[in-house]
Design a protein around this ligand. Structure first.
Ligand code: UD1
Length: 427
């Protein structure tokens, strides 16, 4: 297993480039199931989850080329024949977002067999709302040997009110509704930019969708969809992680190729902390280090609120601000696994239920730390950037799931970070 070795203390200076959004690319790749034609996606990030999704689609009989020709960040998908409409456990267990194929598979083939995702490091994460929605659209869902199987002749339009806001649930059912018979109205939908991105692709494929990006989405089902070419949005969470990297290191960093409009809640908090921001059209310059940073509380919420996917990284910054920061996690249970590791580096954080209290500013020290999930790992990299000495991060495969060559990007702006293969050669 690879490790990162990070020596703290360098302010990050220069320009760092943002990749395409993993969480947009995953549903957009799944949407290719909805047509026999070719779907071409640009600005695909080169991260482990994308490779997993490639394997998933290929295992069903799809032709998937990642980075064909000279276009490294492009994928071409053709689901001409889906000989095996099954999402196998071996793949689903490594990437919970595999359940995104449920909706498009049943819409296209009338049958979908998907392994039930197991527990996950950041809480139970059920998919009951995906299943309930498909049932409302006429599907019969049965369970056997750890798999769920959904069957239908043709899905029917329905009126679906989500009990809880779910991002992949909204995406999954949207992909089901585009080929359903009649109109589907969704209420209490996720408004995340990734939902809007998916809807843009589906519309380019011939779907009739209104209201994506708001809490009510209306879909007029069509009988077939065609191929399309689509460019994936920039990754707002990667961009946010780099903004915090610039701020925590006392640097002067230009985060380039991002969409500032998708980062409103984070930008407001960074400004409250005293970080200087210059927001351009597709870039944000972040500066800090002249004056001490101040604590500012956060409470995670669905978009456009403060993203749960930035909570861990923000907490690393909170260890470096003067005063007490209260962090409330409202989306996922058990999403404080970075706290123990940050405390081992010298932070002063206590957790009670879904609230963490960070008392700053604490000088951080290097330590051997363990990555536990994608965003927790990013938080440890950020802490290591300001720690005294050399921090060794183990299990960086978590970070490789969603960040494209983060160590190379950070090294390009002055961080001392390198990847080290496991000396014992274990996988
Ligand atoms: C997506 C993102 C993830 C992000 C999360 C919240 C992808 C691939 N992943 O995950 O990075 O952290 O949104 O912004 O886009 N829930 C149910 N029943 C369901 C579905 C969800 O109870 O059927 C609950 C979950 O347990 C959680 C909450 O709803 O408490 C939100 O989860 P959801 O929005 O579905 O997260 P994901 O789509 O899995």
């Amino acid at each position: 297993m690879d490790k990162f070795v990070v020596r703290g203390g360098n302010p990050l200076l220069g320009t760092i480039k943002v990749s395409g959004a993993k969480n947009s690319a995953l549903p957009c790749m799944a949407a290719a199931i909805l047509t026999e034609d070719e779907v071409i996606l640009e600005n695909i990030p080169q991260v482990r989850d994308i490779e997993t999704e490639r394997k998933l689609l290929a295992s069903m009989g799809a032709e998937v080329e990642l980075g064909y020709g000279r276009a490294q960040h492009r994928t071409r998908i053709k689901c001409g024949i889906l000989s095996d409409p099954v999402a196998k456990y071996e793949i689903v267990k490594t990437m919970r977002a595999s359940s995104l194929v449920l909706g498009p598979l049943i819409a296209r083939t009338g049958i979908a067999r998907v392994a039930m995702p197991g527990g996950c490091a950041i809480g139970g994460r059920p998919i009951d709302l995906h299943i309930k929605g498909l049932e409302s659209m006429g599907a019969t869902v049965t369970y056997d040997h750890g798999y769920l199987e959904a069957r239908v002749d043709r899905l029917k339009g329905a009126h679906i009110v989500f009990d809880k806001i779910t991002v992949t649930g909204t995406e999954d059912l949207l992909m089901a509704a585009v080929l359903a018979d009649g109109e589907t109205i969704f209420e209490n939908c996720a408004r995340e930019p990734e939902v809007t991105d998916l809807a843009a692709l589906l519309t380019a494929m011939g779907a009739k969708i209104e209201g994506a990006g708001t809490s009510t989405i209306r879909v007029q089902g069509v009988t077939s969809l065609h191929g399309a070419r689509h460019r994936i949005n920039p990754d707002r969470i990667e961009a946010g992680t780099f903004l915090v990297a610039g701020a925590i290191s006392g640097g002067d960093l230009n985060v380039d190729g991002c969409e500032p409009a998708h980062l409103g809640a984070l930008l407001a908090k960074l400004e409250e902390c005293g970080v200087r921001l210059d927001v351009g059209k597709e870039s944000i310059r972040v500066r800090s280090g002249d004056t001490p940073l101040k604590a500012a509380d956060i409470s995670t919420e669905e978009y456009p609120g403060f993203p749960t996917d930035m909570q861990a990284q923000y907490m690393a910054l909170a260890t470096q601000t003067e005063g007490t920061t209260v962090v409330s996690e409202n989306i996922f249970e058990n999403r404080f696994m970075h706290v123990g590791e940050l405390n081992r580096m010298g932070a002063n954080i206590t957790v009670q239920g879904r609230t963490a209290t960070v008392r700053g500013k604490s000088p951080l020290q290097s330590a051997a730390v363990m990555c536990s999930d994608l965003r927790a790992s990013a938080s440890l990299v950020l802490a290591a950037l300001v720690a005294d000495g050399e921090t060794i991060l183990d299990r960086v495969y978590h970070i490789d799931r969603g960040y494209e060559r983060i160590e190379e990007k950070l090294r390009g702006v002055g961080a001392q970070i390198r990847r080290m293969g496991d000396v014992f050669g274990k996988k």
